[in-house]
Design a binder for this molecule. Sequence first.
Ligand code: PEP
Length: 255
Amino acid sequence: MRRKLVVGNWKMHGSLAQNKALIASLIANLRDLKNADFAVCVPHPYLFQAQALLQGTNIAWGGQHVSRFEQGAYTGSVSARMLADFGCTYAIIGHSERRVFMHETNMTAATSFGAALKAGLTPIFCVGETLEEREAGVTEAVVESQLIAILNTLGAQVLSEAVQQRAVLAYEPVWAIGTGKTAAPEQAQAMHAFIRRKIAERDSGVAARVRILYGGSVKPSNASQLFAMPDIDGGLVGRCSLDPNDFKEICRAAC
Ligand code: PEP
């Protein structure tokens, strides 16, 4: 039985004062929820604050990206080891907003996935198709190529390393992110089952254990139906993670 996980992706939102208030509400709201795992992925400058306020609570924290490089002359980049220094459990890797706006590719995302594993982090690796790709009928091919990039870039042994560090996948149809449009539970389930099947073709043990989150306009009104699907192991939540009451309702739906 896979334990559900709900991760808030704050994106590029927040300030020291706003985060302080949001984290205080999250701690109070989630304190009594024992049957799932919770985390927030915050902008890098606020990792120290997240660590200071969240340690000892049932909410883990993480970053939203890591460099594919370990260290060196890469101005503006943040390494996986730096996230580990601030007690991060998680790092989101290959989010579609980074693929679109920061020109990340399957190869760079896969390399960052490897860097996160090497630093002892749990990567949350995002895959998902655009609306044009869905309409062209290539959803499965696109998602498969995003997954395969990990194996092609890092080699087959990455699967055992990934499972040891409880690596997480997130299926995030790009057309559902931040748009208010959510994949229907059955539509999301079909893709989660496809992803699990593809992993099972290589290692059925890994496929049975890996948590696959759904992301794309998860909200209190749809979280329960999504999380009831057999292959949906929780959510990656953007907008509603900034509202402590919405986030609480989503987390409660995972319990
Ligand atoms: C996300 O940031 O990964 C996301 C799914 O955002 P939203 O919940 O706002 O669609």
